[in-house]
Design a protein around this ligand. Structure first.
Ligand SMILES: [Zn+2]
Length: 217
């Protein structure tokens, strides 16, 4: 994998801290996901920083990944473990075409996005061996998760992409009405786990097929 770093990125200053680990992690995940492009560009900025892990990321477009990395984060060892998880997560998005720009994934409702996020979350958990907080749904009852699933299935793409309505942030990151975080990720991971299949076999499975499999189980 050939990685290039945008020199004008706001957090380019950390490049020498992350260049070698990112190279190692992308080379590793490319062995699991040979469909990944051979060249990727990295935009370093801290827009996606997760305060508990000191890093974060986002699949910006098919060949560009945003990586966040907090230079002041105390536990450098755990930070790199989680950064590896993030690389695996974002790499899975690239193969599924779930990207912010130039996405090739199919979306019918917010639940489809939740399933793509669930897939990437399960992949980082299973193949990078991390325990992402946004994948820990067991603290919620199946009834509650089913309620979130149905609510997201009723939110159209136009609705959650609408200007400043906050629906994405509410479901993906934090819902101030019930003080829950990551409902979209947790519900997605739950649905994906119910299929009982290895996450690598779901790479080319549509979200509808995943929902159908989940309903059968
Ligand atoms: Zn994601």
């Amino acid at each position: 994998m050939e990685l290039t770093f945008f020199e004008d990125a706001p957090n380019y200053g950390v490049v020498e801290l992350v260049r070698k680990p990112l190279q190692e992690y992308f080379d590793e995940v490319a062995l699991l996901l040979p469909e990944l492009p051979k060249k990727l560009s990295i935009w370093l900025d801290n827009s996606f920083l997760i305060r508990e892990t000191g890093e974060g990321g986002s699949a910006y477009s098919p060949k560009v990944i945003n990586i966040s990395f907090d230079v002041d984060f105390k536990n450098k060892e755990s930070q790199l473990v989680d950064l590896r998880g993030t690389v695996f997560h974002e790499a899975y998005h690239l193969v599924q075409g779930h990207t912010f720009f130039d996405s090739t994934a199919e979306y019918r409702s917010l639940l489809d996005s939740a399933i793509y996020e669930g897939c990437a979350t399960v992949f980082e958990r299973e193949y990078a061996g991390v325990s992402p907080l946004w994948g820990e749904y067991k603290q919620h009852s199946p009834k509650e998760l089913a309620k979130w699933r149905d609510a997201m299935a009723a939110i159209s793409v136009e609705d959650y992409r609408g200007e400043k309505n906050g629906l994405w942030d509410k479901w993906a990151f934090y819902d101030k009405e019930d003080a829950r975080r990551w409902k979209l990720y947790k519900t997605g991971a739950w649905v994906v786990d119910q299929t009982g299949l290895d996450i690598l076999t779901l790479l080319n499975t549509s979200t509808q097929q995943i929902i159908d499999m989940y309903k059968r189980n």
